[in-house]
Design a protein around this ligand. Structure first.
Ligand SMILES: [Zn+2]
Length: 92
């Protein structure tokens, strides 16, 4: 159960029914910080996975936080962090 996406859908389309919600594939939709293109991240994404923008090719590290909502239900907060390669010390 992804509370994040349910909330997102509810806020964007209040007429959506519960049945319709169940048909929605579980994924997060985030926006490229550079060009604004939609980036789809699967629900079972792992913290630190790399996604790239389909439009401009900018690479992001996915930051997954396990949080509790106001009813103490766990949910995942998924954010994109721009992948920055620092200097020449970058390595494994
Ligand atoms: Zn982009």
């Amino acid at each position: 159960m992804s509370n994040d996406i349910v909330r997102l859908m509810l806020s964007e389309n209040r007429e959506i029914s519960r049945k319709e919600l169940e048909k929605i594939p579980k994924k997060y939709e985030l926006n490229c910080l550079d060009c604004g293109e939609k980036i789809e991240v699967s629900e079972d994404v792992k913290n630190g996975e790399i996604y790239s923008c389909p439009c401009c090719g900018l690479e992001y590290e996915v930051v997954v936080q396990e949080l509790l909502d106001e009813n103490k239900n766990p949910y995942k907060k998924v954010e994109l962090k721009e992948l920055v390669i620092e200097g020449e010390d970058w390595g494994e």
